[in-house]
Design a protein around this ligand. Structure first.
Ligand SMILES: [Zn+2]
Length: 69
């Protein structure tokens, strides 16, 4: 099972969603997002690598002065 990493459209949280799903549920605010309308930050991440991938994305975004979580 591989995951894609998405940005929640409601709260800006960085969350993983199943790669074959058409929606993902935000792990911060619980909003169900359509993957077609959401920004995909990474593709095809193995489940064991998801926490590391999210951490890297958050660090990269924080380095740009983003206020996103
Ligand atoms: Zn959210």
């Amino acid at each position: 099972m591989n995951y894609d990493i998405y940005l929640c459209r409601k709260c800006g949280g960085v969350c993983a969603g199943r790669q074959d799903a058409s929606t993902f549920t935000c792990c911060y605010c619980g909003t169900r997002n359509s993957v077609e309308k959401s920004l995909r930050l990474a593709k095809g991440i193995e489940s064991k690598d998801v926490p590391g991938a999210i951490g890297r994305i958050k660090m990269a975004r924080a380095g740009k002065g983003s206020t996103l979580k």
